[in-house]
Design a protein around this ligand. Sequence first.
Ligand code: MG
Length: 349
Amino acid sequence: MSLDTGFERLALDLDDPFTIARGTQETATNVVVRVSDGEHEGIGAAAPSEHYGETPRTVEAVLPDLLTIVEEVGDPHALARIERRMNEVVRDNPAARAAVSIALHDLAAKHLDVPLYRYWGLDSESTPTTSFTIGLDSTERMREKTESAVAVGHTVLKVKLGTERDREIIEAVRAEAPDVRLRVDANEAWTPHEALGNIDALADFDVEFVEQPVPAENPAGLEYVHDRSALPIAADESCVTLADVPRIAERADIANIKLMKCGGLGEAKRMIHTARAHGLEVMCGCMVESNAAIAAACQLAPLLDYADLDGSLLLADDPYEGVPIRGGDIDLAGVDGPGTGAHPVEGRP
Ligand code: MG
């Protein structure tokens, strides 16, 4: 089969500047990848993260080599072969590889005329509700963002922390939203000692779990916190690729897997099953990314305990539609058509 490929930059405006402990993001740039067999077109996207060494430029620099492999193999169903060869050619660059992996999975499922989750045989009824993220801001703005999120039906919120006023923030958010499920993400901001003090305080506000309390460069610190924590610990920056999963098994309770960290859907599934074998619960997260990528992560939802797939919900205007998410409910069966469900909003290029 002959496959045509291409890619283009996608500039995305955010609803609000997105701030975490490490810094603020005003806009996001994704790179959309297309793979066509002449009849169907598979769509994917890379959401590169500088924290993991990628930018739109590095993605664009390696995509020609990755897409050459796709064209040489010439079979969208040869997913394992293509993912393995991509990994041999560029060992890093996970977001670039993920974009190609997503586009190929989309095309393979379209070729068989089934949604991707059905291609995998997964149960659309058992998807966790995705959280909606409340980024760092003034405490009053975070209270307002909480009010707006609850007003549109969100029942699970993830609150970014890692400031001097973490206790004030969680108190304000909890007062505004007494009934929602609350999680927090410190994005590596605390020392192990600070983390234990903060976690004790957070436990009074019925917080479900605490994500990445301490820096990934301090695995002993993460283990110290995990051994003494009043709340479950999720590992995000400490859980990048498959090899990290056994390493975090004694240092965390939940593995936060992201396509843009691990490099593709095949690797994400291996991480999910490996995490379970090590007694970890599994979450799938995302970057600030378009439905051109998020729709693929949503297909994994039946395999997850927790979903954090709000990347497109943080955008002012996503030119791609994907799996419908209303009030955080990931409606896989609501996708009209085969593949991941990603398609351009009507009337858009
Ligand atoms: Mg995180």
